[in-house]
Design a protein around this ligand. Structure first.
Ligand code: ADP
Ligand code: MG
Length: 237
C-alpha cells in the first residue's frame, strides 16, 4: 500500500476540520481528494505530509508508520497552488536546488535536471527565470522540482487552482500523461469535480471533515452514495 490513513482526526480550537478519516492509496495510483472549500482536504494532505500532526489516528507511508515521522524523513514531494519558485534563480537552478543542498555531484545534478525538464516538456526553457514563464509553465516546473529528489509520494494541493480554465484543462491531461510515465503514488486535492473525474484513478469525496464516498470516477458518477455526493457532483457538463 502506498498510503494508508487510519481514523485520523484534527481539530482547530472547537472546529473539527478532519473527523475520523480512513483511506488507502495503492502504490503508483493517483487519488483525488474532492470536496467543497472547508471540507478538510488541505488539512488531511498536510497531515500526510507531516506539516500538521493528527490529534488521533495513524498514517502509513509505503508500509512504515509515519504518524510522528518528521517531514524531511517522509520522502514526499509537494506542489501547492501558490508554490513560489525562487525568482532570482533560473529554471534549471530552481529544479536542481534541492539536490544542491544535498551535496549531490554537479554532473549528476545536471543530468537529473535535464531529465526533469524533458519529463515536464519544457526542455528549451532551462535558462529562463520564473517571471518569463506562464502560470501553467511555472506549475510544471514546480512539479519537476518536487520530483527532483525522487520522492516516494507526491502531494498536490489544488496545483492548477490559480490558472484559467483553458490552461487547467491542458494541465489536467498533461498530469494524467505524466503520471502514467512516472507512476508515483499521488494524492491530488481539488474542489473541481470535472478535474477529479478526468485525472484520478480513484476519488475520495469529502464533506465537513468526513469521507462521503470512495470509488472510481465512473462508480461515483453512476452511483452517488449519499445525497451530498449527488448534489455536489451535480450535472457534470
Ligand atoms: P479545504 O482544503 O477542504 O478547503 P481545509 O483543510 O483548508 O479545507 O480547512 C478546513 C477547515 O479548517 C477550514 O474551515 C479552516 O478554516 C480550518 N482550518 C484549517 N487550518 C486551520 C488552522 N491552522 N487554524 C485554524 N483553523 C484552520
Ligand atoms: Mg484547501
Amino acid at each position: 500500500m502506498g498510503i494508508k490513513v487510519e481514523n485520523v482526526s484534527k481539530r482547530f480550537g472547537s472546529f473539527q476540520a478532519v473527523d475520523g478519516v480512513s483511506l488507502e492509496v495503492k502504490t503508483g495510483s493517483l487519488v483525488a481528494l474532492l470536496g467543497p472549500s472547508g471540507s478538510g482536504k488541505s488539512t488531511l494532505l498536510r497531515m500526510i505530509a507531516g506539516l500538521e500532526l493528527p490529534d488521533m489516528g495513524k498514517i502509513w507511508l509505503i508500509g512504515e508508520d509515519a504518524t510522528y515521522q518528521p517531514v524531511q524523513e517522509r520522502h514526499i514531494g509537494f506542489v501547492f497552488q501558490h508554490y513560489a519558485l525562487f525568482k532570482h534563480l533560473t529554471i534549471r537552478q530552481n529544479i536542481g536546488f534541492a539536490l544542491e543542498i544535498r551535496k549531490i555531484a554537479k554532473n549528476k545534478i545536471q543530468q537529473r535536471v535535464e531529465e526533469l525538464l524533458h519529463l515536464v516538456q519544457l526542455g528549451g526553457l532551462g535558462d529562463r527565470y520564473p517571471s518569463q514563464l506562464s502560470g501553467g509553465q511555472r506549475q510544471r516546473i514546480a512539479l519537476a522540482r518536487a520530483l527532483a529528489v525522487q520522492p516516494r509520494v507526491l502531494l498536490l494541493d489544488e496545483p492548477f487552482g490559480a490558472l484559467d480554465a483553458k490552461v487547467r484543462k491542458e494541465l489536467r491531461n498533461w498530469l494524467r500523461q505524466l503520471h502514467e510515465e512516472v507512476q508515483i503514488t499521488t494524492v491530488f486535492v481539488t474542489h473541481d469535480q470535472e478535474e477529479a473525474m478526468e485525472v484520478a484513478d480513484e476519488i475520495v469525496v469529502m464533506n465537513q471533515g468526513c469521507v462521503e464516498q470512495v470509488g472510481k470516477p465512473s462508480e461515483i458518477y453512476d452511483n452517488p452514495a449519499t445525497p451530498f455526493v449527488m448534489s455536489f457532483l451535480g450535472p457534470v457538463n
